[in-house]
Design a protein around this ligand. Sequence first.
Ligand code: G6Q
Length: 544
Amino acid sequence: MSTPLPGRDFTAAPAFRTLRKLAGNAPDLTEPGVLDAARIGALRAEAAGWSLLYATQRVNEAVLKALSALARETAVLQRFEMLLAGEPLNRIEGHESENRRVLHFASRNVVEELPDPHPWPATADAVANARTQLERLRIFLKELEQGEVRAPDGAPFSDLVHVGIGGSDLGPRALYLALQPFLRQGRRVHFISNVDPDDAAQVLRGLNLAHTLVNVVSKSGTTLETRTNETLVRAALKKAGLKPARHMLCVTGAGSPMDDPQHYLRAFHMFDYIGGRYSATSMVGAVPLGFALGYDQMHDLLRGAREMDLAALTPEPRENLPLLAALLGIWNRNFLRLPTLAVLPYSQALIRFAAHLQQLDMESNGKGVTRHGALVDFDTGPIVWGEPGTNGQHAFYQLIHQSPTVVPCEFIGLRQSQYGEDLQVEGTSSQQKLLANLLAQAQALATGQDSANPNRFFPGNRPNSILMADRLTPRTLGALLSFYEAKVAFQGLIWNINSFDQEGVQLGKVLATRLLAHMAGKAPAGGEAQDPIGPALLKAAGLR
Ligand code: G6Q
């Protein structure tokens, strides 16, 4: 039996009732003068290089007070500290479930200059493991650098193919794409995730395999897509006359079916206390990013994440960036009853970041039962989606501005571009044009526009916030990653759901395995051949 969580249940907290009442009369941002300079200056918080501007949310002093009270009454920060202290909160009480600690924070508790304010004894093993794996990676990267490890023809390895799916793909891919200006010269990373054979074919056809490392990432070591793609890549290496074991790396759980050093040039470990979608700062992301960026810049990403992890412990909710964002999200989701969230980075570099957040948020908080297995009687995580601006403006912003479906937005902006290659055209740079568009959207969504022409009427009151930093670097990106991880964890802890399992993906996997058995002409295990649905679907789809 684990320690019970402190604090009140979400709907039993007195602040829940207060917020319900306040939602009936939410502040009207379309009223002239409401969105004034004093409000814009005051509704702002800072941490780890990022500012959160939230004057364009439908909140006022009373709502913010009640949200802080909700944080206190649900003891969300004490619950978060239990997580950090190694309490096994990845479990459902009284039911068969995972029963694990949640310690992705340990993977960045490796920065000497940022000492641990709470060296929690029950996490010492996780911190030690993180440091050991990182040191092994540092040595490997040095060997690559110094030419001790090189391609069969003596050339340096120039490319790395990262094979993994879900949490073993989305985070590393989003971060790699976001840090292109920081790549070491002559190094590139490619990603294969889908079991669609065209994914692997497309990546492999453009590569000189002799100069390519392959990093296979699977915590379980059993994932169908990843093991299939590993087999495809091994076959391609053999076909090119190469020895796979001289090219292949792996990141896998200790003792998994993949954990066999004979098959790999190097094997790195990941651990059961780090969920896939939280694994970007473990070896899952560190191996491809270390290869692409070099050890020091990869370490800077960990530093940024660590800085935000520490900021997430700030006791005052209005000064705690991820907690504040979590509370604003709960206000929109549970009290204003808005079902989706658009994440809109005004940065081309963040092109796949929303895809990563989609998994992080929806797989974590798209849950229907509490940590005690009871059905929830309130809404949980929103539907998360998004694309970089300004492209989105020319596509789906119409709906965001004028549809009766109100979509809360989280904008992300950077004061400087990454490359600094810019030109003044008609008195402004492209970066200024980009940011002017971001701010204009935030304002337009909040205040709307009156018009006698109903088709030109903008209702406004569309809640949004803006996250701003100076420049997207490994360090600020690490902080942004940790910001969202903490935001999602805070929301899950307030709702008292398990944000760290993913039972909802199992049924489809089981049924796909059964269909594959039919397709291979084998009787599926457990006599399930009696089930008429699978064969009928195969037939109707023209696959049998
Ligand atoms: C993430 C999920 C899931 C997982 C993939 C890959 O939190 O657990 O997306 O990352 O299914 O799993 P493996 O790493 O075990 O191959």
